[in-house]
Design a protein around this ligand. Structure first.
Ligand code: SAM
Length: 245
């Protein structure tokens, strides 16, 4: 099968990821709710609360792998509708859904949508006050390159925040999570999107992603200071924070 458990080389990884999100874009938000039991909303709220975006006019954030806009909308709301947020994604279908949602919420004046790669950001150095990425970095073939790009486009004093699935370090919960990932998620994928293979690939990518401590080390290697993280739901997800100083 195209998405099975065989080892996916870095070259083809981006192609597979693009294929998955092009196929599910229209149903992506529903899938997220079903697959996380609604928890992704709380994790995203928590991450944006931690960011605590400034309410001064002109606060500029870049939300990479921004997809259908969940993080960007939250930043705009938390800033008292002051922030200007650029939603960047490699997938035009995901961005198209995001743009429609933004218009429905009347947020389009605060948002700009850009189709581009996290590994090669089309912005000058020191362009943003904050860089966010939620459930996106795991899909990027060269994570180090994406982190260096994050560092480059942030202004000195700028903040990096990344939300991602992480390592569950609780007895029992880890078992439940394992069963949920391998039994339930592909079934929901099959029911809603008509295909379970892409979801097997995504679950596998979660397993391969570095744990909290190792990911923090990668963020430090990209140049960030004061790198810390917060676990959500026992480590099913974690937010990592770093500063460009
Ligand atoms: N941030 C959104 C959220 O939390 O709901 C969307 C997350 S979705 C799981 C992952 C997103 O990463 C997809 O929209 C996908 O197109 C995007 N993506 C994958 N590889 C990328 C890359 N190299 N550069 C930018 N975006 C990428």
């Amino acid at each position: 099968t195209a998405f099975g458990f065989r080892k996916v080389g870095e070259g083809e990884k981006q192609g597979l990821v693009n294929d998955v999100f092009s196929r599910v874009a229209e149903r992506y938000d529903l899938m997220n709710d079903l697959m996380s039991g609604g928890l992704h909303r709380l994790w995203k709220d928590a991450m944006v609360a931690w960011l605590a975006p400034s309410r001064r006019p002109g606060f500029k954030a870049l939300d990479v792998a921004g997809g259908t806009g969940d993080i960007a909308f939250r930043i705009v709301e938390a800033s008292g509708y002051q922030a200007q947020v650029t939603v960047l994604d490699i997938n035009g279908s995901m961005l198209a859904v995001g743009r429609e949602r933004a218009i429905r919420r009347g947020l389009e004046g605060n948002l700009t949508f850009v189709e581009a790669n996290a590994e090669d950001l089309p912005f000058p150095d020191s362009s943003f006050d904050a860089y966010t990425i939620a459930f996106g970095i795991r899909n990027v073939p060269h994570i180090d390159t994406a982190l260096s790009e994050a560092f480059r486009v942030l202004r000195p004093g700028g903040r990096f925040l990344c939300l991602e699935f992480s390592d569950v370090d609780m007895p029992i919960l880890d078992r439940i999570y394992e069963a949920w990932s391998f039994q339930v998620i592909p079934r929901i994928g099959k029911m809603v999107a008509g295909d379970d293979e892409p979801y097997r690939y995504l679950v596998e990518s979660i397993r391969k992603f570095p744990n909290q401590e190792n990911f923090a080390a990668m963020i430090r290697r990209a140049g960030f200071a004061r790198v810390t993280w917060r676990d959500y739901s026992g480590g099913i997800a974690a937010a990592h924070s770093g500063w460009k100083i």
